[in-house]
Design a protein around this ligand. Structure first.
Ligand code: S3P
Length: 736
């Protein structure tokens, strides 16, 4: 048994005790608090095994000592710990600022001792005290450690595992950077909330004002109910960084004041729109398990059998691939590009935010309209921080190509799913053009690009059929000397080639090879984004398998490099009519009418795989309802999408009673025919949007309903999926 000594039994310290007690038997816990009543309460609640009224007592024989006191007490507590600790024990803290802790220690010891690991759990609540102890306070939250070069590796390991046991994820950062970041994201909001409530409470009428305050006031000021001592101490401990934050904020508030006083609606609108988009991105940024559960970020779907058909006429949101590219090319163009039908999903918003971070003015999206004020090919500015791509592989890979040609250094990061995805497929061919670009050791993000390198065009024979790789190379080719050409092993979506041409940039296409010559310019244009056939796919399958269905999907993009789903479903016997085929802004578009029809199993032709690569999760569902066996081969790319989509589907479909066998490059699915019903059960979406929606479709043909966990990321590609699904007859409910 290891011995943990906790100094300070407020919310933070007591929650650690509760979390450890709940999750492991490995520790005995000794607790210290200045007040007798707190110690007694902690004992009575079973949070600690022994209580002490002195620091010298509590730290005896400790393996790990956690200091969880307000910042203002840290120095005196640390002095006592330094004297009384046994030489083997590791010491950590949970203070919200790290520079001050390190300064305090420096004043006690000559240098930062190797046994001290500064730490900060980014979790808390406006409640305080031992009563508020919460064993799950740190679950899915981040803990930042800011060790010194001198800190012992064993000590870091012990502290990391201490937090991980409590369900937190641990990362490391430089102490100064930690304080700058936290000043903006935590300390400044607290100062503002306290200040707003204080300002209003000075008003003689404050009781009257508060009586009428609604949710907005409550949400904005919730944190003003936090512990004043703790926040006074933090404000002083991180004085410098907080002052900078206040100055930045005051400047912006003054600009807003001026705009309101001169009646400048356009300025106000731009500022609010920008904030709203950044807020949306923030929701996905906190995805490390902490997506807020709301209608747009639902986390659990429950779907029961659809006794009525799937019916009506709907328009699914804009195409994700085209939306990304409209921002990228619009930003690099000369002039103002307008976009209609833009996908307001988190992935596309990540691209918008990245270009804003590089100095491009982008208005919207508001109801699908975006205006991009192009800066020209050489007009991007160095971003102040790494560019965060959320869940979006397309943003990361295509941006790698663009950034390879810039004069500045850059870094691309992403959420947990994106951080697992392979990036060498772009970094290696880009390096052959002369780019200096690195990934982590295992070829995953972050992607770091050194600017100011001159690129020279060359030819690449692509190893995988990937539109993202092809696009990254062609976009880098805009910055390369001479010709950059790419040959793909099988046709993949050609939006980059089409759209470059739409922006007046010549692209040569010969058979499987596309090429550009660097040094040209792009001219702004208008883009009409068709509906995304990848989103339409869920409804195409739903209406095909549910008896009595008759559904029309309007304005769907039917680019020949995207219609694999239509071809495959037709081979399976689906009844899909392509109506009003037309061309909108260089892309073929049509309305698709789909009616229920008995499906039959097929061997999916490998040539169609890249043309339907995103649609396989829902095609697997169609195959379960077909008569006979469906075999998918040549689809190993599915294993490196937002999740391992072969494994995700095999796991869930097996749980629902399907006879399915995963293979390295596909699956063998025994269909049950028109009478088939999925069993009832709970399946995991593994935070993969397309897996979540595919299992929602399976639920429509289930005996007893299907529960799908982890659906929050549906917002990355299809933010109004729940609404449209219900409108067409999905018996779908959402819960947290
Ligand atoms: C995309 C290409 C495809 C696809 C992704 C979007 C694009 O990825 O799966 O959703 O917009 O270029 P790969 O190029 O990795 O196949």
């Amino acid at each position: 048994m290891k011995r943990l000594s906790v100094i300070g039994l407020g919310l933070i310290g007591a929650s650690c005790c509760a979390a450890i007690k709940k999750r492991t038997q490995d520790w005995t816990i000794a607790g210290y608090s200045r007040t007798e009543a707190t110690r007694q309460q902690a004992l009575a609640k079973g949070l600690i095994d022994q209580s002490f009224d002195s620091i010298a007592g509590v730290v005896q024989d400790a393996d790990l000592i956690l200091i969880a006191v307000p910042m203002g007490q840290f120095l005196s507590v640390f002095k006592d710990v330094d004297v009384a600790r046994n030489p083997e024990s590791v010491v950590t803290d949970a203070g919200s600022t790290k520079g001050s802790v390190i300064r305090d220690i420096g004043s006690v010891c000559d240098s930062i001792p190797s046994w001290f690991v500064p730490g900060h759990p980014i979790a808390g609540s406006e409640q305080s005290g031992v009563d508020a102890a919460n064993p799950d306070l740190y679950v899915d939250h981040q803990v930042i450690l800011t060790p010194d070069t001198n800190t012992a590796a064993d000590a870091i390991r012990l502290v990391s595992s201490f937090w991980e046991t409590q369900g937190a994820s641990v990362s490391q950062m430089d102490a100064e950077r930690h304080d700058e970041v936290l000043a903006l994201t935590s300390h400044l909001p607290h100062v503002l909330a306290f200040n707003l409530v204080h300002a209003l409470s000075d008003d003689d009428e404050h009781l009257e004002i508060f009586r009428y305050a609604a949710g907005g006031f409550r949400d904005f000021t919730r944190i003003a109910a936090s512990d004043p001592v703790m926040w006074r101490d933090i404000s002083l401990a991180n004085q410098h960084a907080i002052l900078e934050g206040i100055d930045r904020f005051a400047e912006r508030l003054n600009q807003m004041r001026d705009a309101i006083s001169r009646g400048d609606g356009e300025w106000i609108m731009r500022s609010f729109e920008r904030a709203r988009a950044a807020r949306t991105l923030f929701s996905s940024l906190t995805d490390q398990g902490a997506h807020p559960v709301t209608e747009t970020h639902p986390s659990v779907f429950t779907i029961t059998e659809a006794h009525q058909g799937i019916r009506g006429t709907i328009r699914v949101p804009g195409d994700k691939s085209i939306s990304h590219r409209s921002i990228m090319l619009g930003a690099l163009a000369d002039g103002v590009t307008t976009v209609d039908g833009f996908l307001e999903g988190e992935d596309a918003i990540a691209t918008v935010q990245a270009f804003r971070d590089m100095g491009v003015q982008i208005d919207g999206p508001i109801e699908g309209r975006v205006t991009v004020h192009g800066v020209g090919c050489d007009g991007l500015k160095a971003p102040a921080a790494p560019l965060y791509m959320g869940n979006s592989g397309t943003s990361m890979r295509l941006l790698s190509g663009i950034l390879a040609g810039q004069s500045f250094d850059s870094e691309l990061t992403g959420d947990t799913s994106l951080s697992r995805r392979p990036m060498r497929r772009v970094s290696e061919p880009l390096a052959r053009l002369g780019a200096v670009i690195t990934t982590s050791e295992d070829g995953t993000p972050p992607v770091k690009i050194t600017g100011g390198k001159s690129l020279s065009g060359c030819h690449t024979d692509m190893q995988v059929a990937s539109a993202q790789v092809k696009s990254a190379l062609l976009l880098a080719g805009l910055y390369a000397d001479g010709e950059t050409s790419v040959t793909e092993p099988a046709p993949t979506r050609d939006h980059t080639e089409r759209m470059l041409q739409g922006f007046g940039y010549p692209v040569q296409r010969q058979g499987a090879t596309a090429s550009v010559v660097g040094g040209g310019r792009l001219t702004a244009c208008h883009i009409d984004v068709p509906s995304d056939i990848s989103s339409a796919a869920f409804f195409l399958v739903a209406a095909s398998i549910v008896p009595g269905s008759d559904l029309t999907l309007s304005h769907v993009g039917i680019n020949p490099t995207r219609v694999g789903i239509l071809e495959i479903l037709k081979l399976m016997g689906a009844d899909i009519e392509v109506l009003n085929a037309r061309e909108v802004g260089g892309e073929p578009v049509a309305d698709l009418r789909v009616r229920h029809a008995p499906l039959k199993g097929i061997n999916v032709p490998e040539a169609l795989v890249p043309l339907a690569i995103d649609e396989f999760p829902v095609l697997f569902v169609a195959a379960c309802c077909a008569s006979g066996v469906t075999q998918v081969t040549g689809a190993e790319e599915l294993r490196v999408k937002e999740s391992d989509r072969i494994q995700s589907m095999v796991d869930g479909l097996k749980a629902l009673g399907v006879s399915i066998e995963g293979t390295p490059d596909g699956a063998l699915i025994q269909g049950g025919g028109p009478e088939f019903r999925f069993g009832s059960g709970t399946v995991e979406a593994y935070e993969d949007h397309r897996i979540a929606m595919a299992f929602s479709v399976a639920g429509l043909m289930s005996d007893g309903g299907v529960i799908v966990n982890d659906c929050a990321n549906v917002a990355t590609s299809f933010p109004n999926f729940v609404g449209l699904a219900r409108e067409t007859g999905f018996p779908l409910t959402v819960s947290s």
